[in-house]
Design a binder for this molecule. Structure first.
Ligand code: SF4
Length: 235
């Protein structure tokens, strides 16, 4: 019996240690995500023309941060998903690249950029007179000083109400005609004046575009967004 008690005691100690390790690990991750961020995982960065949504056609510097757990089946940047695959850059290094390009607007995209606290990055861009736009699924709390917030809501991980309330642009990707209902559900939660866009998912464009055209003719508060950078063959 004494031996059995000793085994049970050892088992519970072991469980407690394991719970403690998981707790400390998560605490570390949470603090990384919500406090001062001096380095961010950059998957790619380039000066180009914004191809989608309200700012379509304008020159913009894109910074694509690595890391996303939203899991869209049709995602065209799946290589962004794993944070640890991408090199960590300091805020100064990122801002220096944007400055060198001469761009007046910087789009922070991903991945899911709001997995990180973006206060310092956006402050640094603003102090260099560079406008800040974010493209997010809205699944994480807002951080950062933004001139334009574009939320592209995803069924796979729903956007937070605060992100929908704050966004300047709602851009719903239409992979299937039922996605229009999903777009409407999200549009019911945005603030007055928010721009509404329906964008056919690239691989379904031929199939979905006629559906979207019909819908927009009947629902004129919506506009169509096409990924024109892909037609121009630029990133
Ligand atoms: S939120 Fe964006 S990056 Fe993340 S899985 Fe969906 S499409 Fe891909």
């Amino acid at each position: 019996m004494a031996v059995l008690n000793k085994i049970q005691a050892a088992f519970f100690v072991d469980i407690r240690i394991r719970v403690l390790i998981v707790f400390v690990f998560n605490l570390q991750r949470v603090s990384t995500d919500t406090t001062h961020i001096s380095r961010l995982p950059v998957m790619e960065h380039f000066y180009t023309i914004q191809g989608e949504g309200y700012h379509q056609g304008k020159a913009a510097y894109f910074v694509r941060l690595g890391g996303c757990d939203v899991g869209c089946t049709w995602c065209d940047v799946k290589e962004s998903w794993l944070t640890e695959k991408h090199p960590l850059w300091t805020i100064d290094e990122i801002v220096e690249e944007v400055k060198k390009s001469g761009a007046r607007m910087c789009v922070i995209t991903g991945g899911e950029p709001l997995m990180y606290n973006l206060d310092e990055l956006t402050r640094a861009l603003h102090s260099n007179h560079i406008k800040t736009n974010v493209e997010t699924s809205g699944a994480y709390p807002l951080s950062g000083e933004w001139d334009w917030i574009c939320v592209s809501p995803k069924r796979f991980k729903h956007p937070l109400e605060e992100c929908l309330h704050e966004c300047d642009e709602l851009k719903a990707v239409i992979f299937h005609r039922n996605d229009i209902r999903w777009a409407e559900e999200n549009a019911a939660k945005v603030s007055e004046g928010c721009k509404l866009f329906l964008q056919p998912e690239w691989s379904k464009e031929k199939e979905m575009l006629p559906v979207i055209i019909d819908y927009v003719k009947q629902n004129q508060q919506w506009e169509i967004s096409l990924q024109v950078h892909k037609y121009m063959d630029i990133p």
